[in-house]
Design a protein around this ligand. Structure first.
Ligand code: SF4
Ligand code: SF4
Length: 331
């Protein structure tokens, strides 16, 4: 079956965590207690069967590095067979060894590369090597496919250390040089917006965020979030959670390997969260301490563009996480 865009589906996308293992250990990652696992192709197939009526897009990420999955090509092929377009989020370190698998998959729509994982590169030559492999992948992908590449730097913070600022500046300068940009990227990149660096290649900058797991102050009952409206997420063991931020499964709504998606969404906790958001009320205790939802009020205040760099709006999603964590590109 040929991939088709979502039309009149319940969710814009559904996140599927095909593995929660990762080859990095970023300081901003969710410290978790779940054991590492890879989703079996048979479980993945069952999940796809249960969600295809509800979405046209899957995003292969919640936590972990999807390019570590030993059956990645098989999983991508199954998405194509089910008519699902795929967004995938990666830290970018394993693109070379997966290049042929990624470029041969016609259902793959967008790759989000979390450049903010560059903090793992401990010297300039390591950073150059990391970026060089990413640039090589882009050079191979763009002429050969329609794949969109979203380079993410979701590391903006109020109190960045001098070292963090230097590292971010280095990355931005490498991007300017590589893509031959007419104005410096360092100047004024608005958050919540994507910048077109080259055909099919975008840069998005966002503030870093705090995972809702763990103790945090109650932020009150007034508010709204797109979780359970635009998207829902499925962890590697089949647990359904309302969003890609719930990487520890703190809001377990049910297990899709044991129930249908409709049954899970009709459950009391899911129904209460959804009904609350519809009334601008934050019902669930985990959501009440989640700072991520606050960006739905403050985002999209894009400042005027600089030089001839074009901007497009970016969407929501977690760090290494999504697609939205993916760009919402112009139609
Ligand atoms: S933030 Fe992403 S890349 Fe970094 S350790 Fe966590 S899952 Fe891996
Ligand atoms: S408020 Fe936070 S935890 Fe709740 S659904 Fe939204 S992103 Fe997820």
């Amino acid at each position: 079956m040929a991939p088709r865009p979502a039309r009149l589906k319940t969710f814009k996308k559904i996140y599927i965590e095909i593995t929660n293992r990762c080859n990095l250990s970023c300081s901003f990652c969710q410290p978790g207690s779940r054991s590492g696992a890879f989703m079996q192709p048979s479980a993945f197939e069952e999940i796809l069967r249960k969600i295809t009526a509800s979405t046209g897009y899957v995003s292969l990420h919640v936590l972990g590095e999807p390019l570590l999955h030993p059956d990645l090509g098989v999983l991508l092929g199954k998405c194509h067979d089910h008519g699902l377009m795929v967004n995938l989020t990666t830290n970018g370190t394993l693109l070379s060894r997966n290049r042929s698998v990624l470029l041969e998959q016609s259902g793959l729509r967008q790759i989000n590369i979390s450049l903010h994982s560059f903090e793992q590169q401990d010297c300039e030559s390591a950073l150059d090597s990391y970026l060089g492999r990413i640039f090589a992948f882009i050079a191979a992908a763009v002429p050969a496919t329609t794949l969109l590449v979203n380079l993410r730097m979701w590391n903006l913070k109020q109190t960045a250390t001098p070292e963090e600022q230097v590292l971010s500046s280095l990355v931005l300068r490498r991007l300017e040089r590589h893509f031959g940009l007419p104005v410096p990227l360092i100047a004024d990149i608005p958050t919540g917006r994507g910048i077109i660096l080259a055909p099919q290649v975008f840069l998005s900058r966002e503030c870093n965020f705090t995972w809702p797991h763990g103790p945090a102050p109650d932020l009150g009952a007034h508010g709204y979030c797109r979780g359970l409206r635009d998207h829902v997420a499925i962890l590697v063991d089949g647990t359904v959670v309302p969003c890609c931020l719930d990487a520890e499964g703190d809001i377990p709504l049910g297990n899709i390997l044991h129930s249908s998606l409709a049954e899970i969404l009709a459950g009391p906790r899911a129904a209460a969260i959804r009904a609350g958001f519809a009334r601008q009320r934050v019902i669930d205790p985990v959501c009440r301490r989640c700072t991520y939802r606050q960006r739905f009020r403050h985002n999209n205040s894009g400042k005027p563009g600089a030089g001839s760099i074009k901007r497009v709006s970016s969407g929501e999603g977690n760090c290494a996480g999504d697609e939205n964590k993916s760009l919402q590109l112009p139609a």
